[in-house]
Design a protein around this ligand. Structure first.
Ligand code: KG4
Ligand code: ZN
Length: 339
């Protein structure tokens, strides 16, 4: 199946063409960072207006790159939630119009499920079911048991901030620009991770949840104390990053030990973090577990993963182009538009 994917749930205007949920024929993502940078974060109204201005050209560009027309595609896949309502509406309205005009089936994908299928992209070998997925992005931090394309169980999630949000907020405290995750990752490379002992959150009992707000507050208090003024920012960044990665790795280990998973997969923007990749690869090697980490372009929000999820979930996510609606609060459990 050859699918055109569209993803506009947040601030990336993304379009892709994917064959059989694996081969990426074209993947275009127009980053809006320059429009939001002055505000230190994403401004929803600016994001939706930018999607409106960029999406049509992005679709044309994607088709051109893949050297095909809409008529060559077997269907259209679009993110219909969760996300920013104005942003989602632009993608959903466009996908509905294209599906209707080209008489092609429309697949409505849950953005979070999209991330779970990113590890299938552009590689010869796909993760075998059941696998354990760690989804770490700017909006979400979840451990998911992927038993089958439609059998998804959330084993643990964040109780407050998402991992990416913690990176972005801490980066801001360190005076780094927006988005902060990649900048903090780069700064931490020259730092000593043992310089500051920041807290590692541990949930009670056998819960597999996360919490990052206490860590973020610790960094803020640390930086506010005059006696710490001479501590290198590189060391603070490295110490913070190590605390986040320790928690993520410990929780993956605990979840993996309790299930009968055949592999581990990583996705979401924070999956691009160099220390997280290094530590989880080392953990997997030691445990003899196969680990799947998508290329950077498929870790952060992209449309190829939306096409991959639609391919895997198939008829269950096929919707009527006239009645599908964007849902900013779409729950993780929702597959298809069965409202
Ligand atoms: O998946 P994504 O593109 O968007 C959401 O759906 O949220 O994730 C964006 C998040 C941001 O918080 C960004 O700072 C973080 O991923 N991120 C990183 C790195 N690259 C992106 N965090 C840590 N280290 C990185 N290298
Ligand atoms: Zn995302």
């Amino acid at each position: 199946m050859l699918l055109l994917g569209i993803e506009t749930s947040c601030d990336d205007t993304a379009v892709a063409i994917v064959r059989n949920g694996r081969d990426v024929l074209a993947n275009v993502s127009t980053n809006q960072d320059e429009f939001h940078r002055a505000y230190g974060g994403i401004v929803p109204e600016i994001a939706s207006r930018a999607h409106l201005a960029l999406l049509s050209a992005a679709i044309e560009h994607t088709l051109e790159r893949a050297q095909m027309t809409l008529a060559d595609c077997d269907g259209i896949a679009v993110t219909y939630g969760p996300g920013l309502i104005g942003s989602l509406l632009v993608g959903v309205a466009t996908a509905k119009a294209l599906a209707f005009a080209a008489r092609r089936p429309l697949y409505a994908v849950n953005h979070l499920h999209g991330h779970l299928f990113a590890p299938f992209l552009a590689r010869t070998e796909a993760p075998p079911y059941p696998f354990l997925a760690l989804l770490v992005s700017g909006g979400h931090t979840q451990l998911v048991a992927v038993d089958a394309p439609m059998q998804l169980r959330v084993l643990g999630k964040t109780r407050d901030d998402a991992a990416g949000e913690a990176f972005d907020k801490t980066a801001r405290l360190l005076g780094l620009g927006f988005p902060g995750g990649p900048a903090l990752d780069a700064l931490a490379r020259d730092g000593d991770a043992r310089a500051v002992a920041f807290p590692r959150y541990r949930p009670e009992g056998d819960a597999l949840d996360f919490s990052f707000s206490g860590l973020k507050t610790s960094v803020r208090y640390f930086l506010e104390r005059p006696e710490n003024a001479s501590v290198r920012r590189e060391d603070v960044a490295a110490s913070f990053q190590a605390a986040v990665v320790d928690v993520l790795t410990a929780r993956v280990d605990a979840a993996f030990s309790r299930g009968s998973f055949r592999a581990v997969a990583l996705s979401g923007g924070v999956a691009a973090n160099s220390l997280l990749q290094q530590r989880l690869r080392a953990w997997a090697e030691q445990r003899g577990v196969e680990i799947f980490i998508p290329a950077r372009a498929y870790c952060t929000d992209n449309a190829a993963m939306i096409a991959a999820a639609a391919d895997a979930q198939g008829e269950a996510v096929r919707v009527d182009p006239l009645s599908v609606a964007a849902d900013p609060n779409l729950p993780f459990e929702r597959i298809g538009n069965a409202a």
